[in-house]
Write a protein that binds this ligand. Structure first.
Ligand code: NAD
Ligand code: TYD
Length: 367
């Protein structure tokens, strides 16, 4: 197939591109990315010379340019990851989230529709796959703030997000993602476009932009800078290793049922404060510092506005229908992740200095 992956220079996108380019040498993988602050083409150095990979610096909101790309590459599938993705930024600037996440998704859907409907085979053999988040479902209760183990429940609460859960977004980020999910379903129901959606929990792993909790805190611990923990650090997130998400995306794109939604998560809930302590212990051990030497970096700061208390995904449907399950235990995944960031200080430094943004000009602009 000829496939557009949007947002391929971002955190999850580069793992998806790497997997597809290596696994399907006869497919053409076109990475469409505007290269915002979150896009880093250096993440894809290892695949940029592959004959089945192309990069196009295009904004998904630019319908005409997307339509031209659909025609140029005779696109049969779209895997849509491009988005503004950081909740704190959405609180400061909600409009850019509506623009990219809602209007951008709508432009992409419309471009796919116009191109596919102009072809004799129309929607046959086509697929539009939208990557979404568990945050659209809102927040779950903390029924057991001290931890409990009731049968069928999670450690901190009895409920999980299932695919039929009511949408109840709280942040401008999750509201924009919820809206984009509705547009994707509307394009299936109205025009018959073969769409599929997945909603995943928090990802962690290599190449995540260091504004998000895990890479930010690993870097701060390394440099002995304060760790700004929002509120009391009691909020719970459900963490999945990014390569496991990429494997799920591959599976759902190829084998998921049209018009379905699949939740993706590893049943791996952590209170922020407990996770942060694991990060401190791991960084200290790997750097040969005394155990717990950096615990005093923990600094409680004003809570995030509208901070969702608990996320927890039930991914039973994906396991039962498509046989997916996470490959990594959290202990193994977090060890790999901390080690990766400590071993890639230059990657981190090029982001903090802004040098990563020059890579496109140096490598692509004059081609
Ligand atoms: P990211 O912020 O790391 O990357 C986003 C990418 O999209 C960047 O490369 C950026 O340049 C590109 N982009 C932004 N606006 C664009 C535009 N207008 N046109 C073209 N490209 C544009 O995000 P991520 O963490 O990799 O998340 C990818 C997707 O997965 C998002 O849709 C997000 O909502 C979803 N998701 C993320 C997580 C997570 O934990 N990171 C969890 C569940 C779902
Ligand atoms: P984040 O990585 O921003 O992901 P999301 O908000 O999409 O879940 O944050 C993960 C959790 O960590 C979230 O509960 C907010 C919290 N957090 C902090 O306490 N301090 C920080 O500096 C950041 C970035 C996040």
């Amino acid at each position: 197939m000829n496939i557009i992956v949007t947002g391929g220079a971002g955190f999850i996108g580069n793992h998806v591109i790497r997997l597809l380019v290596n696994k399907y040498p006869n497919d053409l993988i076109v990475n469409v990315d505007k290269l915002t602050y979150a896009g880093n083409l250096e993440n894809l150095r290892d695949v940029e010379k592959c004959s089945n990979y192309r990069f196009e610096k295009v904004d998904i909101c630019d319908l005409d340019s997307i339509l031209a790309l659909m025609k140029k590459y005779e696109i049969e599938g779209v895997i849509h990851l491009a988005a503004e993705s950081h909740v704190d930024r959405s609180i400061k600037d909600p409009f850019s989230f509506a623009q990219t996440n809602v209007m951008g998704t709508l432009s992409l859907l419309q471009a796919a529709r116009l191109y596919w409907e102009s072809r004799p085979e129309r929607y046959e053999g086509k697929r539009f796959y939208h990557i979404s988040t568990d945050e659209v479902y809102g927040a779950l209760e903390m029924n057991h703030p001290e931890g409990g183990n009731e049968p069928g429940g999670g450690p901190w609460g009895s409920e999980f997000f299932t695919e039929d859960r009511r949408y109840q977004p709280h942040s401008p980020y999750s509201a924009s993602k919820a809206s984009s999910d509705h547009f994707v379903r509307a394009f299936h129901d109205t025009y018959g476009m073969p769409t599929v959606i997945s909603n995943c929990s928090n990802n962690y792993g290599p190449y995540q932009f260091p504004e998000k909790l895990i890479p930010l805190f690993i870097n701060n611990i390394r440099h002995r800078r304060p760790l700004p923990v929002y509120g009391k650090g009691e909020n719970v997130r459900d963490w999945l290793y990014v390569e496991d998400h990429a494997r799920a995306i591959d599976l759902i794109f190829h084998e998921g049922r049209v018009a379905e939604t699949y939740n993706i998560g590893g049943f791996n809930e952590w209170k922020n404060i407990d996770l942060i302590k694991v990060l401190i212990t791991t960084v200290d051990r790997l750097l040969g510092r005394p155990e717990g030497a950096d615990m005093d970096l923990i600094t409680f700061v004003t809570d995030r506005a509208g901070h969702d208390m608990r996320y927890a995904i039930d991914s039973t449907k994906l396991k039962q229908e498509l046989g997916w399950q996470p490959s990594l235990q959290f202990e193994e995944g977090i060890e790999k992740t901390v080690k990766w960031y400590l071993d890639h200080q230059e990657w981190m430094d090029r982001i903090t200095s802004g040098d990563y943004m020059k890579y496109y000009e140096e490598m692509y602009a004059n081609r």
